[in-house]
Design a protein around this ligand. Structure first.
Ligand code: GMT
Length: 383
């Protein structure tokens, strides 16, 4: 199959998922064309089946707001026609679903070809940005016009139905992880740099947006550290980072924590971690938590959004109410203070992540694509 993938190329979960999906499809022999404004961060290896098409927005003095969506649709048309794409798979509704709709209509009217569009909803495109009234009518329209719609969790599917007048079936296809890649031996020298005296390593990774409540991470760490020698590793970057750094200074934690910025090789870093904290106000899925579990790292998270669909209370870690800093601290201590307990949680996390393994989930996308290649009329999907 020749598949066009449209996504955000940055460190966000939707871009990571879309890129890993494209790589997996290419490994299985499909021809994959990424259409984005920048090389996706995880597209870091050569594969003869992968193509990358950059969306370039021409500037002009009149354009206070360069028309990115128009450039994106035009690039999609160009790639669909010149590379004979079978379908377009767009990740994150805004503005990818509406740009894809326009491209599909242009191809249809100029060549007579029908190119199916699959839209995968990821989270904030529905729960935060999408429901803003400056976007909502276009988001609802373009989702409804998609040939197939998927959501990364049941929670996100239900939120979408609650938020928009969607008339079609939304199929849940969970996010995935390559469990073999994330099953890494820790690099001792690296561990020693972070925790020279054998302290426990607690980690958080995100884009440091408000929704992540990163100050809760700092406060939990402060409580845990009173009982357990520990270090905190912050991976990623974003608008709330300086607030978190300020709080660290205020609480006198600077010597015990490190901000390592955006990192591509998450599996290397996760391999040295003992516990992962995800304190978000909302997560449609929580791909960072799944990657942590795949690396054998128990997760303490909130019970918001789709997180209860991927974690098991008291087995892979614990889930607490949003903002319950004391509950999360108690649970972190419970796991970290006993080596046998920690070992069990690590094993449980790694075992459970296998339910979301790349080899289980990618075929679900392929099955969905295949429905559009058959000449017979489509049957409703079974969930
Ligand atoms: O976490 C973010 O804000 C980034 C965002 C994205 O679209 O890049 O992540 C969303 O999509 C991820 C991949 O499907 C999910 O794992 C995240 O839970 C989801 N984020 C939110 O719902 C806040």
């Amino acid at each position: 199959m020749r598949i066009g993938i449209v996504c955000y190329p940055t460190f966000g979960g939707s871009g990571v998922l879309a890129t890993e999906l494209g790589k997996a499809l290419a490994d299985k022999g499909h021809q994959v064309h990424f259409i984005t404004y920048q090389q996706p961060v995880r597209l870091n290896e050569f594969n003869a089946n992968i193509f990358y098409h950059e969306v370039r927005v021409t500037t002009y003095p009149l354009f206070d707001y360069p028309p990115y969506e128009t450039a994106l649709s035009s690039t999609m048309v160009d790639v669909i026609v010149n590379h004979q794409l079978d379908l377009l798979h767009v990740h994150y509704a805004i503005p990818h679903a509406s740009a894809a709709y326009l491209a599909k209509k242009i191809v249809e009217s100029t060549t007579g070809r029908y190119v199916p569009v699959i839209t995968t909803l990821h989270g904030t495109d529905i729960t935060l940005v999408g429901r803003d009234k400056t976007f909502a009518p276009v988001v609802a329209f373009s989702i409804n016009q998609s040939d197939a719609i998927t959501a990364v969790s049941e929670n996100l599917r239900d939120e979408t139905y609650r938020t928009f007048p969607i008339e079609k079936e939304i199929r849940v296809i969970y996010n995935f992880v390559d469990t073999r890649r994330f099953h890494k031996k820790p690099i001792d020298a690296f561990r020693k740099v972070i925790a020279p005296n054998g302290e426990k390593i607690i980690m958080h990774a995100s884009n440091f947006r408000k929704v992540k409540r990163v100050q809760d991470v700092v406060r939990i760490f402060e409580i845990v550290r009173r009982k357990i020698p520990a270090k905190l590793l912050f991976v990623g970057d974003g608008p709330e980072r300086s607030g978190a750094e300020g709080l660290c200074r205020e609480l006198g934690l600077c010597d015990d924590m490190r901000f390592v910025g955006k990192q591509e090789q998450m599996e290397e870093i996760l391999a040295i971690a003992d516990l992962f904290l995800l304190t978000s106000e909302y997560e449609s899925f929580g791909l960072a938590a799944l990657e942590a579990m795949a690396a054998g790292v128990p997760v303490i998270s909130t019970n918001a959004g789709g997180l209860p669909e991927i974690a098991i209370q008291g087995e892979t870690g614990y889930l607490n109410d949003v903002g319950d800093i004391y509950g999360m601290s108690d649970n972190a201590i419970r796991i970290l203070e006993d080596e046998a307990v920690l070992k069990q949680f690590k094993a449980n996390a790694a075992a459970h992540a296998k339910n979301f393994d790349i080899h289980r989930i990618v075929p679900q996308y392929e099955a969905l694509y295949n429905r559009f290649l058959k000449p017979e009329p489509l049957q409703p999907l079974l969930t």
